[in-house]
Ligand binder design. Structure first.
Ligand code: GLY
Ligand code: MN
Ligand code: MN
Length: 461
Protein backbone atom coordinates (compact mmCIF):
# COMPACT_ATOMS: atom_id res chain seq x y z
CA UNK A 1 0.00 0.00 0.00
CA UNK A 2 1.33 3.37 -0.90
CA UNK A 3 2.22 5.49 2.10
CA UNK A 4 -0.30 8.12 3.31
CA UNK A 5 1.49 10.23 5.94
CA UNK A 6 -1.70 11.89 7.21
CA UNK A 7 -5.13 10.76 8.40
CA UNK A 8 -8.08 10.93 5.95
CA UNK A 9 -9.53 13.82 7.97
CA UNK A 10 -6.42 15.93 7.33
CA UNK A 11 -6.83 15.64 3.55
CA UNK A 12 -10.56 16.41 3.90
CA UNK A 13 -9.82 19.51 5.98
CA UNK A 14 -7.25 20.73 3.46
CA UNK A 15 -9.75 20.38 0.60
CA UNK A 16 -12.44 22.12 2.65
CA UNK A 17 -10.03 24.99 3.36
CA UNK A 18 -9.28 25.20 -0.37
CA UNK A 19 -12.99 25.39 -1.21
CA UNK A 20 -13.44 28.12 1.41
CA UNK A 21 -10.64 30.13 -0.17
CA UNK A 22 -11.71 29.84 -3.82
CA UNK A 23 -15.47 30.05 -3.17
CA UNK A 24 -16.65 28.74 -6.54
CA UNK A 25 -15.51 27.06 -9.74
CA UNK A 26 -14.04 23.76 -10.90
CA UNK A 27 -10.40 22.90 -10.19
CA UNK A 28 -8.33 20.22 -11.87
CA UNK A 29 -5.34 18.69 -10.05
CA UNK A 30 -2.90 16.65 -12.12
CA UNK A 31 -0.94 13.82 -10.59
CA UNK A 32 2.37 13.02 -12.28
CA UNK A 33 3.21 10.26 -14.74
CA UNK A 34 6.26 8.07 -15.05
CA UNK A 35 8.89 9.81 -17.19
CA UNK A 36 11.10 7.93 -19.65
CA UNK A 37 14.83 7.94 -18.83
CA UNK A 38 16.29 6.52 -22.05
CA UNK A 39 13.33 4.54 -23.38
CA UNK A 40 9.66 4.36 -22.47
CA UNK A 41 9.82 1.45 -20.04
CA UNK A 42 13.02 2.58 -18.29
CA UNK A 43 11.82 5.44 -16.16
CA UNK A 44 13.22 8.01 -13.72
CA UNK A 45 12.28 7.35 -10.10
CA UNK A 46 8.63 8.36 -9.80
CA UNK A 47 7.91 11.66 -8.02
CA UNK A 48 4.32 12.65 -7.37
CA UNK A 49 3.32 16.30 -7.69
CA UNK A 50 3.54 17.91 -4.24
CA UNK A 51 0.23 19.78 -4.44
CA UNK A 52 -1.45 16.53 -5.44
CA UNK A 53 0.10 14.84 -2.40
CA UNK A 54 -1.00 17.70 -0.16
CA UNK A 55 -4.70 17.45 -1.06
CA UNK A 56 -5.15 13.82 -2.10
CA UNK A 57 -2.21 11.85 -0.69
CA UNK A 58 -2.07 9.27 -3.49
CA UNK A 59 1.59 8.67 -4.26
CA UNK A 60 1.10 6.75 -7.53
CA UNK A 61 1.25 7.71 -11.21
CA UNK A 62 -1.73 8.40 -13.48
CA UNK A 63 -4.13 9.74 -10.86
CA UNK A 64 -6.12 12.98 -11.19
CA UNK A 65 -8.67 14.87 -9.15
CA UNK A 66 -11.32 17.50 -9.61
CA UNK A 67 -12.68 19.75 -6.89
CA UNK A 68 -16.03 21.33 -7.70
CA UNK A 69 -16.35 24.20 -5.23
CA UNK A 70 -19.95 24.95 -6.24
CA UNK A 71 -21.10 21.41 -5.45
CA UNK A 72 -18.61 21.02 -2.57
CA UNK A 73 -17.46 17.79 -4.23
CA UNK A 74 -14.14 16.02 -4.81
CA UNK A 75 -13.70 13.29 -7.42
CA UNK A 76 -10.65 11.06 -7.76
CA UNK A 77 -9.98 9.77 -11.30
CA UNK A 78 -7.88 6.63 -11.55
CA UNK A 79 -8.01 3.09 -12.94
CA UNK A 80 -7.57 -0.24 -11.24
CA UNK A 81 -4.90 -2.39 -12.88
CA UNK A 82 -5.89 -5.42 -14.92
CA UNK A 83 -4.25 -8.86 -14.98
CA UNK A 84 -1.87 -7.82 -17.80
CA UNK A 85 -0.35 -5.17 -15.55
CA UNK A 86 -0.63 -7.23 -12.39
CA UNK A 87 1.80 -9.84 -13.67
CA UNK A 88 4.46 -7.09 -13.89
CA UNK A 89 3.62 -5.03 -10.82
CA UNK A 90 2.07 -7.53 -8.39
CA UNK A 91 -1.24 -6.75 -6.70
CA UNK A 92 -1.88 -3.03 -6.24
CA UNK A 93 -4.29 -1.20 -3.93
CA UNK A 94 -7.73 -0.65 -5.40
CA UNK A 95 -8.54 2.92 -6.34
CA UNK A 96 -11.43 2.77 -3.88
CA UNK A 97 -8.97 1.91 -1.09
CA UNK A 98 -6.73 4.82 -2.05
CA UNK A 99 -9.70 7.16 -2.03
CA UNK A 100 -10.69 6.00 1.43
CA UNK A 101 -7.20 6.76 2.76
CA UNK A 102 -7.64 10.34 1.54
CA UNK A 103 -11.27 10.66 2.71
CA UNK A 104 -12.59 10.83 -0.87
CA UNK A 105 -16.05 9.40 -1.49
CA UNK A 106 -16.38 9.62 -5.26
CA UNK A 107 -14.07 7.70 -7.62
CA UNK A 108 -14.37 7.45 -11.42
CA UNK A 109 -12.31 5.92 -14.24
CA UNK A 110 -9.87 8.29 -15.93
CA UNK A 111 -11.79 8.05 -19.21
CA UNK A 112 -14.63 9.99 -17.56
CA UNK A 113 -12.41 12.93 -16.62
CA UNK A 114 -12.90 15.01 -19.81
CA UNK A 115 -16.64 15.15 -19.21
CA UNK A 116 -16.09 16.77 -15.81
CA UNK A 117 -13.97 19.65 -17.07
CA UNK A 118 -14.36 22.47 -19.57
CA UNK A 119 -12.28 25.38 -20.80
CA UNK A 120 -13.43 27.25 -17.67
CA UNK A 121 -11.79 24.66 -15.39
CA UNK A 122 -8.91 26.07 -13.37
CA UNK A 123 -5.51 24.37 -13.27
CA UNK A 124 -2.01 25.02 -11.93
CA UNK A 125 1.03 25.84 -14.12
CA UNK A 126 2.07 22.61 -15.84
CA UNK A 127 5.78 21.85 -15.45
CA UNK A 128 5.76 18.59 -17.40
CA UNK A 129 5.16 18.45 -21.15
CA UNK A 130 2.84 15.48 -20.77
CA UNK A 131 0.53 17.69 -18.69
CA UNK A 132 0.63 20.43 -21.29
CA UNK A 133 -0.47 17.94 -23.93
CA UNK A 134 -3.16 16.39 -21.75
CA UNK A 135 -4.60 19.78 -20.83
CA UNK A 136 -4.53 20.83 -24.46
CA UNK A 137 -6.45 17.67 -25.42
CA UNK A 138 -8.93 17.78 -22.56
CA UNK A 139 -9.67 21.51 -22.63
CA UNK A 140 -9.57 21.76 -26.43
CA UNK A 141 -7.03 24.60 -26.39
CA UNK A 142 -3.63 24.99 -28.12
CA UNK A 143 -0.52 24.42 -25.98
CA UNK A 144 0.33 28.15 -26.07
CA UNK A 145 -3.08 28.95 -24.56
CA UNK A 146 -2.60 26.29 -21.89
CA UNK A 147 0.76 27.80 -20.94
CA UNK A 148 -0.77 31.22 -20.38
CA UNK A 149 -3.96 29.94 -18.80
CA UNK A 150 -3.20 28.74 -15.21
CA UNK A 151 -5.56 30.16 -12.62
CA UNK A 152 -4.11 32.84 -10.32
CA UNK A 153 -6.92 32.25 -7.84
CA UNK A 154 -6.04 28.55 -7.64
CA UNK A 155 -2.30 29.26 -7.39
CA UNK A 156 -2.83 31.76 -4.58
CA UNK A 157 -5.10 29.44 -2.60
CA UNK A 158 -2.63 26.56 -2.85
CA UNK A 159 0.30 28.78 -1.82
CA UNK A 160 -1.64 30.19 1.12
CA UNK A 161 -2.43 26.71 2.43
CA UNK A 162 0.88 24.97 1.74
CA UNK A 163 3.04 27.83 3.07
CA UNK A 164 1.97 27.33 6.68
CA UNK A 165 3.13 23.98 8.00
CA UNK A 166 0.98 22.13 10.55
CA UNK A 167 2.45 20.34 13.56
CA UNK A 168 2.00 17.04 11.69
CA UNK A 169 3.97 18.38 8.75
CA UNK A 170 6.67 19.78 11.03
CA UNK A 171 7.11 16.35 12.62
CA UNK A 172 7.84 14.91 9.16
CA UNK A 173 10.13 17.81 8.30
CA UNK A 174 12.07 17.15 11.51
CA UNK A 175 12.54 13.58 10.33
CA UNK A 176 13.64 14.70 6.85
CA UNK A 177 16.22 17.03 8.37
CA UNK A 178 17.37 14.37 10.83
CA UNK A 179 18.13 12.03 7.95
CA UNK A 180 19.87 14.91 6.18
CA UNK A 181 22.00 15.52 9.28
CA UNK A 182 22.83 11.83 9.38
CA UNK A 183 24.19 11.94 5.86
CA UNK A 184 26.34 14.93 6.74
CA UNK A 185 27.78 13.09 9.75
CA UNK A 186 28.45 10.03 7.59
CA UNK A 187 30.38 12.17 5.11
CA UNK A 188 32.29 13.94 7.89
CA UNK A 189 33.48 10.58 9.18
CA UNK A 190 34.61 9.42 5.72
CA UNK A 191 36.21 12.56 4.35
CA UNK A 192 39.98 12.52 3.95
CA UNK A 193 42.69 13.54 1.50
CA UNK A 194 42.96 11.17 -1.47
CA UNK A 195 39.23 10.39 -1.63
CA UNK A 196 37.12 11.43 -4.60
CA UNK A 197 34.06 13.66 -4.43
CA UNK A 198 31.90 10.86 -5.86
CA UNK A 199 32.88 8.62 -2.96
CA UNK A 200 31.35 11.20 -0.61
CA UNK A 201 28.18 11.23 -2.73
CA UNK A 202 28.04 7.44 -2.37
CA UNK A 203 28.42 7.70 1.42
CA UNK A 204 25.69 10.34 1.56
CA UNK A 205 23.31 8.38 -0.65
CA UNK A 206 23.86 5.21 1.33
CA UNK A 207 23.07 7.05 4.59
CA UNK A 208 19.83 8.33 3.09
CA UNK A 209 18.82 4.95 1.67
CA UNK A 210 19.16 3.46 5.15
CA UNK A 211 16.04 5.44 6.06
CA UNK A 212 14.09 4.46 2.93
CA UNK A 213 14.65 8.05 1.81
CA UNK A 214 16.35 9.57 -1.23
CA UNK A 215 18.04 12.85 -2.13
CA UNK A 216 15.61 15.77 -2.24
CA UNK A 217 17.75 17.32 -5.02
CA UNK A 218 21.04 16.48 -6.74
CA UNK A 219 23.78 16.78 -4.11
CA UNK A 220 26.43 19.46 -4.43
CA UNK A 221 29.58 17.74 -3.20
CA UNK A 222 32.59 19.65 -4.34
CA UNK A 223 35.99 21.16 -3.71
CA UNK A 224 34.79 24.00 -5.97
CA UNK A 225 32.19 25.47 -3.65
CA UNK A 226 32.46 28.76 -5.51
CA UNK A 227 30.57 27.11 -8.40
CA UNK A 228 27.13 27.51 -6.91
CA UNK A 229 25.24 24.65 -8.50
CA UNK A 230 28.14 22.33 -9.16
CA UNK A 231 27.06 18.77 -9.96
CA UNK A 232 30.47 17.39 -10.93
CA UNK A 233 31.94 14.82 -8.59
CA UNK A 234 35.13 13.63 -10.30
CA UNK A 235 37.85 15.48 -8.38
CA UNK A 236 40.25 13.81 -6.01
CA UNK A 237 40.46 15.82 -2.79
CA UNK A 238 43.68 17.15 -1.37
CA UNK A 239 44.94 18.26 1.99
CA UNK A 240 44.27 21.97 2.47
CA UNK A 241 41.14 22.10 0.30
CA UNK A 242 37.59 22.77 1.43
CA UNK A 243 34.77 20.36 0.60
CA UNK A 244 31.29 21.87 0.32
CA UNK A 245 28.37 19.47 0.79
CA UNK A 246 24.85 20.72 0.03
CA UNK A 247 22.70 17.63 0.38
CA UNK A 248 19.31 16.86 1.88
CA UNK A 249 16.99 13.93 2.18
CA UNK A 250 13.49 13.51 0.87
CA UNK A 251 11.67 11.58 3.58
CA UNK A 252 9.29 8.81 2.47
CA UNK A 253 6.46 11.31 3.09
CA UNK A 254 8.16 13.52 0.45
CA UNK A 255 9.10 16.32 2.88
CA UNK A 256 12.61 17.64 2.24
CA UNK A 257 15.67 18.70 4.18
CA UNK A 258 18.23 21.10 2.68
CA UNK A 259 21.52 21.34 4.57
CA UNK A 260 24.95 22.64 3.67
CA UNK A 261 28.21 22.35 5.54
CA UNK A 262 31.72 23.09 4.39
CA UNK A 263 34.45 20.81 5.69
CA UNK A 264 38.25 20.96 5.63
CA UNK A 265 39.39 17.90 3.65
CA UNK A 266 42.26 17.39 6.13
CA UNK A 267 39.99 17.66 9.17
CA UNK A 268 41.56 20.98 10.23
CA UNK A 269 40.69 24.42 8.84
CA UNK A 270 43.61 26.69 7.94
CA UNK A 271 43.55 30.11 9.63
CA UNK A 272 42.44 31.72 6.38
CA UNK A 273 39.58 29.20 6.00
CA UNK A 274 38.50 29.52 9.62
CA UNK A 275 38.34 33.32 9.39
CA UNK A 276 35.98 33.15 6.42
CA UNK A 277 34.01 30.28 7.98
CA UNK A 278 33.40 32.33 11.13
CA UNK A 279 32.04 35.25 9.11
CA UNK A 280 29.54 32.99 7.34
CA UNK A 281 28.49 31.50 10.67
CA UNK A 282 28.13 35.01 12.17
CA UNK A 283 25.86 35.92 9.26
CA UNK A 284 23.72 32.85 9.84
CA UNK A 285 23.53 33.49 13.59
CA UNK A 286 22.61 37.15 13.12
CA UNK A 287 19.72 36.15 10.86
CA UNK A 288 18.53 33.43 13.21
CA UNK A 289 18.55 35.93 16.09
CA UNK A 290 16.30 38.20 14.04
CA UNK A 291 13.88 35.60 12.65
CA UNK A 292 10.28 35.78 13.86
CA UNK A 293 6.79 36.34 12.58
CA UNK A 294 6.39 39.73 10.95
CA UNK A 295 9.95 40.34 9.76
CA UNK A 296 10.62 40.68 6.04
CA UNK A 297 13.00 38.06 4.69
CA UNK A 298 14.36 40.71 2.31
CA UNK A 299 15.63 42.53 5.42
CA UNK A 300 17.19 39.32 6.73
CA UNK A 301 19.04 38.95 3.41
CA UNK A 302 20.38 42.50 3.76
CA UNK A 303 21.34 41.78 7.38
CA UNK A 304 23.40 38.76 6.29
CA UNK A 305 25.00 40.84 3.52
CA UNK A 306 25.91 43.47 6.10
CA UNK A 307 27.54 40.93 8.44
CA UNK A 308 29.47 39.43 5.52
CA UNK A 309 30.69 42.79 4.24
CA UNK A 310 31.66 43.91 7.75
CA UNK A 311 33.49 40.63 8.42
CA UNK A 312 35.43 40.86 5.17
CA UNK A 313 36.34 44.43 6.08
CA UNK A 314 37.95 43.16 9.29
CA UNK A 315 40.17 40.98 7.07
CA UNK A 316 41.02 43.89 4.76
CA UNK A 317 39.15 42.50 1.74
CA UNK A 318 36.48 45.18 1.72
CA UNK A 319 36.46 48.81 2.83
CA UNK A 320 34.26 51.89 3.15
CA UNK A 321 30.84 52.40 4.67
CA UNK A 322 29.12 49.03 5.04
CA UNK A 323 25.53 50.27 4.63
CA UNK A 324 26.44 52.19 1.50
CA UNK A 325 28.36 49.19 0.15
CA UNK A 326 25.42 46.83 0.71
CA UNK A 327 22.98 49.27 -0.85
CA UNK A 328 25.33 49.51 -3.85
CA UNK A 329 25.50 45.69 -4.03
CA UNK A 330 29.28 45.42 -3.47
CA UNK A 331 28.85 42.40 -1.15
CA UNK A 332 27.42 40.40 -4.07
CA UNK A 333 30.95 39.82 -5.36
CA UNK A 334 31.28 37.39 -2.44
CA UNK A 335 27.62 36.52 -1.78
CA UNK A 336 25.91 36.40 -5.19
CA UNK A 337 22.89 34.30 -4.19
CA UNK A 338 19.87 34.70 -1.95
CA UNK A 339 19.78 34.03 1.79
CA UNK A 340 17.18 31.29 1.46
CA UNK A 341 13.84 30.00 0.30
CA UNK A 342 10.71 28.28 1.53
CA UNK A 343 11.02 24.51 1.96
CA UNK A 344 8.41 21.80 2.38
CA UNK A 345 7.58 18.92 0.09
CA UNK A 346 9.59 20.70 -2.60
CA UNK A 347 13.08 21.73 -1.63
CA UNK A 348 12.28 25.12 -3.17
CA UNK A 349 8.74 24.88 -1.97
CA UNK A 350 6.03 25.41 -4.60
CA UNK A 351 8.51 26.90 -7.06
CA UNK A 352 6.46 25.30 -9.86
CA UNK A 353 3.63 27.69 -8.94
CA UNK A 354 5.86 30.70 -9.59
CA UNK A 355 8.87 31.84 -7.56
CA UNK A 356 7.60 35.36 -7.12
CA UNK A 357 4.11 34.25 -6.16
CA UNK A 358 5.60 32.14 -3.34
CA UNK A 359 8.32 34.51 -2.16
CA UNK A 360 7.00 37.98 -2.93
CA UNK A 361 3.74 39.96 -2.88
CA UNK A 362 1.93 42.12 -0.33
CA UNK A 363 3.90 45.14 -1.49
CA UNK A 364 7.30 43.41 -1.72
CA UNK A 365 8.60 43.06 -5.25
CA UNK A 366 11.58 41.07 -6.40
CA UNK A 367 14.81 43.08 -6.57
CA UNK A 368 16.58 43.41 -9.90
CA UNK A 369 20.17 43.98 -8.74
CA UNK A 370 22.85 41.31 -9.26
CA UNK A 371 22.90 38.98 -6.24
CA UNK A 372 19.81 40.47 -4.58
CA UNK A 373 17.70 39.36 -7.55
CA UNK A 374 18.53 35.72 -6.73
CA UNK A 375 16.66 36.01 -3.43
CA UNK A 376 13.68 33.68 -3.79
CA UNK A 377 11.93 34.82 -0.62
CA UNK A 378 11.55 38.48 0.27
CA UNK A 379 8.12 38.83 1.83
CA UNK A 380 6.91 39.16 5.40
CA UNK A 381 7.17 35.93 7.38
CA UNK A 382 4.25 34.18 9.04
CA UNK A 383 4.16 31.66 11.87
CA UNK A 384 4.48 28.17 10.38
CA UNK A 385 6.60 29.13 7.38
CA UNK A 386 9.63 26.87 7.02
CA UNK A 387 12.64 28.32 5.24
CA UNK A 388 16.36 27.92 4.74
CA UNK A 389 19.03 30.27 6.09
CA UNK A 390 22.05 29.75 3.86
CA UNK A 391 24.58 32.57 3.71
CA UNK A 392 27.87 31.97 1.95
CA UNK A 393 31.14 33.57 0.94
CA UNK A 394 32.69 32.61 -2.39
CA UNK A 395 35.77 33.69 -4.30
CA UNK A 396 34.85 33.36 -7.97
CA UNK A 397 37.97 34.21 -10.01
CA UNK A 398 36.07 35.04 -13.21
CA UNK A 399 33.73 37.41 -11.36
CA UNK A 400 36.58 39.07 -9.44
CA UNK A 401 38.47 39.60 -12.72
CA UNK A 402 35.39 41.02 -14.43
CA UNK A 403 34.56 43.47 -11.67
CA UNK A 404 38.19 44.52 -11.41
CA UNK A 405 38.47 45.09 -15.15
CA UNK A 406 35.25 47.09 -15.10
CA UNK A 407 36.52 49.15 -12.18
CA UNK A 408 33.45 48.18 -10.17
CA UNK A 409 33.12 49.43 -6.59
CA UNK A 410 36.76 50.56 -6.11
CA UNK A 411 35.69 52.36 -2.91
CA UNK A 412 34.38 49.15 -1.37
CA UNK A 413 36.65 46.32 -2.57
CA UNK A 414 40.38 45.77 -2.07
CA UNK A 415 41.08 43.87 -5.26
CA UNK A 416 44.79 43.47 -4.46
CA UNK A 417 44.01 41.70 -1.18
CA UNK A 418 41.79 39.22 -3.04
CA UNK A 419 44.79 37.74 -4.85
CA UNK A 420 45.56 35.56 -1.82
CA UNK A 421 42.04 34.07 -2.04
CA UNK A 422 41.87 33.17 -5.74
CA UNK A 423 41.95 29.43 -5.10
CA UNK A 424 40.00 29.57 -1.82
CA UNK A 425 36.72 28.14 -3.18
CA UNK A 426 33.59 28.87 -1.19
CA UNK A 427 31.87 28.33 2.13
CA UNK A 428 28.13 28.01 2.75
CA UNK A 429 26.29 27.00 5.90
CA UNK A 430 22.63 26.08 5.50
CA UNK A 431 19.96 25.06 8.00
CA UNK A 432 16.17 24.97 8.02
CA UNK A 433 13.96 26.95 10.42
CA UNK A 434 10.28 27.22 11.26
CA UNK A 435 8.99 30.70 12.00
CA UNK A 436 7.28 31.24 15.33
CA UNK A 437 5.50 34.20 16.95
CA UNK A 438 8.50 35.31 18.96
CA UNK A 439 11.41 33.67 17.16
CA UNK A 440 12.15 30.50 15.25
CA UNK A 441 13.17 26.89 15.81
CA UNK A 442 15.74 24.95 13.89
CA UNK A 443 14.22 21.93 12.17
CA UNK A 444 15.73 18.56 13.09
CA UNK A 445 16.43 16.92 16.41
CA UNK A 446 20.12 16.06 15.95
CA UNK A 447 21.41 19.62 15.62
CA UNK A 448 24.20 19.05 13.13
CA UNK A 449 27.32 20.84 14.36
CA UNK A 450 28.02 24.17 12.74
CA UNK A 451 30.93 25.92 14.47
CA UNK A 452 34.41 25.39 12.98
CA UNK A 453 35.67 23.81 16.22
CA UNK A 454 32.71 21.44 16.45
CA UNK A 455 33.10 20.43 12.80
CA UNK A 456 36.77 19.62 13.43
CA UNK A 457 35.88 17.60 16.54
CA UNK A 458 33.16 15.69 14.71
CA UNK A 459 35.55 14.92 11.86
CA UNK A 460 38.12 13.62 14.34
CA UNK A 461 35.45 11.13 15.49
N1 GLY B 1 20.06 22.87 -2.39
C1 GLY B 1 19.59 23.93 -3.17
C2 GLY B 1 19.54 25.16 -2.39
O1 GLY B 1 20.18 25.25 -1.37
O2 GLY B 1 18.83 26.06 -2.70
MN1 MN C 1 18.62 25.82 -0.02
MN1 MN D 1 20.98 23.59 -0.24
Amino acid sequence: MTHFPFAPLTYMQRRDAFIQLVGSGTYLFLGNHEVAFNYEDNTYPFRQDSTFLYFFGVNLPNVFAVIDADKNECILFADDIDINMLIWTGPQPLVSELAEMAGIVKVLPTAKLPTYISNRTAYLPPYRNKHLLLLSEWLGLPVAAIKSGPSDKMIEAVIQLRSVKSDDELALMNEAVDISEDLHYAVMRSLKPGKYEYEMVAVAESAVRNFNARFAYPAIATINGQVLHNHEYHHQMRDGQLFLLDAGAEHVSCYAGDLTRTFPVSGKFSNQQKEIYDIVLDAQNAVVDGLKEGVYYRDMHLLSATVIFEGLKSLGLTKGNTDEAVMAGAHALFFPHGLGHMIGMDVHDMENLGENKVGYGDGVTRPTEFGFRSLRLGKQLKKGYVLTVEPGIYFIPALIDLWKSEGKHPDFINYDALEAYRSFGGIRIEDNYVIEKEGSSRIGYNKLVNSADDVESAMAG
